[in-house]
Design a protein around this ligand. Structure first.
Ligand code: FES
Length: 102
């Protein structure tokens, strides 16, 4: 059902400086935990579908491992053309679980 919180991982499975690819209703989502908190963003790169969860995170951005497109984790904005190419989703931590709203 749309617009509900979905449990995607236990808190301990997503330590600081880590990422995880999850699937909700067939949709691939990349979840990150940085020192600034949790972020959830489309898991398939807007360029050619690369695995965003496998990207390198630096300076609040993730770089796609396939061809290097870079996105801000909080906004999904592509850092070169400043367009919001990757959708971001609400993510929270509750009762030692990571949840995403979709
Ligand atoms: S698929 Fe991500 S940069 Fe090309």
């Amino acid at each position: 059902m749309a617009n509900q919180w979905h449990e995607v991982a236990a808190s301990e499975d997503l330590p600081v400086e880590s990422a995880k690819e999850v699937v909700i209703d067939g949709r691939i989502i990349a979840v990150f935990r940085t020192e600034k908190g949790l972020f959830a963003i489309d898991g398939m790169c807007a360029h050619q579908g690369g695995p965003i969860a496998e990207g390198i995170v630096q300076h609040d951005c993730v770089t796609c491992p396939w061809h290097g497109w870079q996105y801000e984790l909080a906004s999904g904005i592509q850092t070169i053309n400043r367009q919001p190419l990757q959708e971001t989703l609400e993510v929270r931590e509750k009762d030692n679980k990571i949840e995403i709203r979709l």
